[in-house]
Every structure is written in C-alpha cells, then in structure tokens.
Design a protein around this ligand. Structure first.
Ligand SMILES: Cc1cc2nc3c(=O)[nH]c(=O)nc-3n(C[C@H](O)[C@H](O)[C@H](O)COP(=O)(O)O)c2cc1C
Length: 431
C-alpha cells in the first residue's frame, strides 16, 4: 500500500483528498458524513455577516441530466454563503466540526466571506475563526454569485475580490497580519490574469491558494420556453467537463509560482482527476459537486483509486508525481510557426491495415475531408490532410488504435494517441 500522507501547511493529511467549501463543512452532522469516507482535509462552508443578496436562504440545485447523456453530471447550483448566522456558527457548529475533524485526524480549514476590503471587518473575522482552533482559514474571494450581471463596485464580494492583483493582495495582507493561522486565498476562474493575482497574494502573505471556485451558467427548457430549474436564471456551473478549464487556470498559477502550496479544486470526480491536479502542481485536491452528483462514496473511491494507481506505478509518495507536468505548460501562441503550414503537411496519419476494422469513423470526423474509405480501408489524401491528429484521436480500435501520426521525412511516430505529441516542429526549419 502506497503512503498517501501529504503535508499541507504543517498538517500531515492522511491523504491529499478532501472536500472543498460547501454544505459538507457547515454542520457537524454533514462533516461526519464525509469524514467517515476517509478524507484527509475538509473546508467549512463560508461563514459571513453580510446582509442582502449575498445571503440566500435556500439552495436550488438543478441537474441537467435529462437534457442528454453528455450532461450527466452537469448541474447549476444556486446557493450563497452559509445560512447559519455567524455568531451561532462560531459558538456551536464551528467548534464541533473542528473537534470532529481533529478526533479523526482530518485537517479543518474555516472559510470566511466578506464584502469590500475593510480592515476591521476582515481582521475581526480572522480572529474569530482562528479562536475556534481551525488549522487554516480560506477566504471565499472566488465565489461566482456576486458577479451575476452586477457592477463590480455594487457587489464587491467573491469573484470581484479575486480579479485585481491590488485588491486581492490588500485583503490577503489584512488577513495574514491579523492572525498566525495560515490564510488561503480562493481564486476564481473568471480572472483573466490569474498568475498576477497569485503573485500578489503570495507576496502579501497568503500561505496557499485554492484554485478554483466555479464558473456560472444557465439553461433553458426549450419545451416550456422558460429558464430551467431555480426561480432565477443563473447559478454556479458544476460538472466534470469544467475541470478542463479549471486545470488550465490552475496551471497559470503553478507554472509561475512553482512549489507554492495549492488546493486543487474544480470538476474533480475521480481518483485520476485528483492525480491530474497534483501533476499540475496541486498539493492536495478537493471534490465538491461530485459528492452531490454521485454521493459521499466518491471520496473513498478517489482515495482507494489513487492508492492503487501509486502501487501500480511504483510511486512511494504523492511527491513522486506532484508537479510532474508543470515545466511543460505552454500556450499555442508561444509555439514556433512553420513554413509548410499552407502547403503539404509534414505530419500524416499512418493507417495500420491489419488493425483497421473499416468502421469509417476517421472519414466521418475528418474536418478537412482528407480521408475517404476505399475497399473498406481509409485512404488519406496527402495534399489535403493537415496532420491535425483528429482521426487518430477518434479511432475506436483498442490498444493504441489503428492509426498513428508520423512525420513524413523520417517515418517516425510523433503521436500514438496517449501522452503528448512529439515536439516535431522544433526539428524543422522555421519560417
Ligand atoms: C452546493 C455548493 C456550495 C458551495 N458553497 C461554497 C461556499 O460557501 N464557499 C466557497 O468558497 N465555495 C463554495 N462552493 C464552491 C466549491 O467549493 C468549489 O470551489 C466549486 O464547486 C468547484 O469545485 P467542484 O467542481 O468540485 O464542485 C460551493 C459549491 C457547491 C456545489
């Protein structure tokens, strides 16, 4: 059995899998339901003293699964910060959750939300939260709800506090000076300059960053000609596919702030999603909407799956795969241009006729019309093919497929449909 123990902000988490801020960190009862599935850490539901639109009394969760199998785990979530009054939570559920977590060797991170950047407000909240014995405090600076169509200066809470390096740094500076407890900044994927915000909060004293809170979305029921679900149109967008975006945003931080402690969150449903986030530089990883969509059992499955994966790969500790891909992170804009782009592709699909079943999928999906089935086998028009790899990625034949991408000058395989494409462009004379 692999050793999943992961050090995070001085706490030896028994494993890196936890639950990010939501209902499961609001009451002792809810916390118990996830703790019994073996998690290493838990973040509390965001506690606050804000009146008005931030304080939504009742959650609306509406699943989109009836609109098609591709929307299976996708849902829209409308829930604001905690409905439990601040003082009541601080004197009752808060201390009980801390005890429950510590009795079970689970790290507990308290979560606080506040509007604006008032030093007194934030400092008092930090001291209150620290006084109940939490192991760290996360600021819900990333929540999407306050940005729903509002001017930033009207609803200065959640995501608007995580988009501007100056403002984010100011809030973190106030909080980190107020207490000795480590302060965690929660990022929003809506931020277009996540690297700059991450540097600002790290310089201002943040001990870690949680990346990310959610995006937001809406859905229309075409049969009724109305919005679907909750009585208002827009809510947090939940689901595994959103991981693709959250992961890229996380890498904006991890590639520029190497080794900084990170809680990876966003669309994590399975053990391999956790591994993916850790390879991208997350120290620990959190599930949230997966626990709602698929039940608390996903947590144990994620922990056991990671354990089995580490055994299979021979990883002795989570450090063995932490940050593995970070140095290779890049954007298409930084990639060299090639002379041949408009002419004939130097990369072409090679079809292994003995493996090909003649299903014709490659012909169907080729966006350039470069493949035609002839006598039950795909024939590639080399003058039309762009070498994009789409046919390879769609080939349904098991164990590597019936197509590899090869370079025409050497015949060398540059992509087999697993891992990353060979950096072949670098060997060609550049434009
Ligand atoms: C029902 C629900 C309630 C949430 N409440 C909070 C909250 O109070 N504070 C917060 O920082 N994030 C909150 N979140 C956001 C999650 O912690 C997480 O950042 C986000 O959902 C992305 O992770 P996921 O894709 O695994 O759900 C909530 C999410 C859900 C689904």
């Amino acid at each position: 059995m692999a050793n999943l123990t992961t050090e995070f902000l001085g706490f030896q988490c028994k494993n890196p899998v936890g639950v990010s801020s939501c209902d499961f960190g609001e009451t002792e009862w809810e916390a118990g339901r996830v703790i019994e599935h073996g998690i290493g850490w838990l973040t509390g539901k965001t506690i606050h003293k804000i009146d008005g639109p931030h304080h939504w009394p009742r959650p609306f969760f509406y699943s989109l699964k009836k609109f098609g199998p591709d929307l299976k785990d996708v849902w829209v979530c409308s829930q604001m910060f905690s409905h439990i009054p601040y003082d009541e939570w601080m004197s009752s559920e808060g201390p009980k959750i801390v005890k429950k977590c510590h009795d079970n060797n689970v790290m507990f991170i308290g979560s606080i939300g506040a509007a604006g950047d008032d030093a007194d407000v934030w400092s008092t909240h930090m001291r209150d939260m620290a006084s109940i014995g939490v192991d760290a405090i996360e600021l819900d600076t990333g929540g999407p709800h306050a940005t729903f169509g509002a001017e930033l200066d009207q609803l200065d809470c959640g995501a608007p506090q995580a988009m501007d390096p100056e403002k984010s740094g100011k809030i973190i500076g106030i909080c980190s000076k107020a207490v000795d407890t480590p302060i965690i900044f929660k990022a929003t994927p809506q931020c277009v300059n996540q690297a700059a915000v991450s540097h600002a909060v790290a310089n201002a004293g943040a001990a870690a960053i949680t990346a990310n809170n959610s995006l937001y979305g809406t859905w229309i029921d075409h049969e009724t000609g109305t919005f679907y679900g909750g009585p208002y149109a827009v809510g947090g967008l939940m689901g595994r596919p959103w991981q693709i975006f959250s992961l890229a945003k996380l890498l904006e931080t991890t590639a520029s702030l190497k080794g900084f402690p990170i809680i990876g969150v966003g669309g994590i449903f399975t053990w391999d999603d956790c591994v993916r986030y850790m390879m991208a530089g997350a120290t620990v990883t959190g599930l949230c909407s997966a626990v709602y969509s698929r039940g608390v059992g996903v947590l144990k499955k994620a922990i056991e799956g990671m354990d089995a994966f580490m055994d299979r790969k021979g990883y002795k500790s989570t450090k063995d795969f932490y940050g593995m891909v970070v140095d290779d992170f890049g954007y298409v804009r930084d990639w060299p241009r090639e002379e041949w782009m408009a002419k004939k592709s130097p990369i072409l699909p090679k079809v292994y006729e003995d493996k090909c079943t003649g299903c014709g999928t490659c012909e169907t999906v080729c966006p350039y019309g470069a493949i035609a089935m002839e006598d039950g086998l795909p024939k590639v028009d080399e003058d039309v093919c762009m070498g994009c790899g789409w046919c390879m990625g769609h080939c349904p034949v098991k164990d590597g497929g019936a197509i590899d991408m090869i370079r025409t000058d050497t015949g060398k395989v540059v992509w087999t449909g697993r891992g990353v494409h060979d950096k072949w462009v670098l060997d060609y004379p550049q434009a």
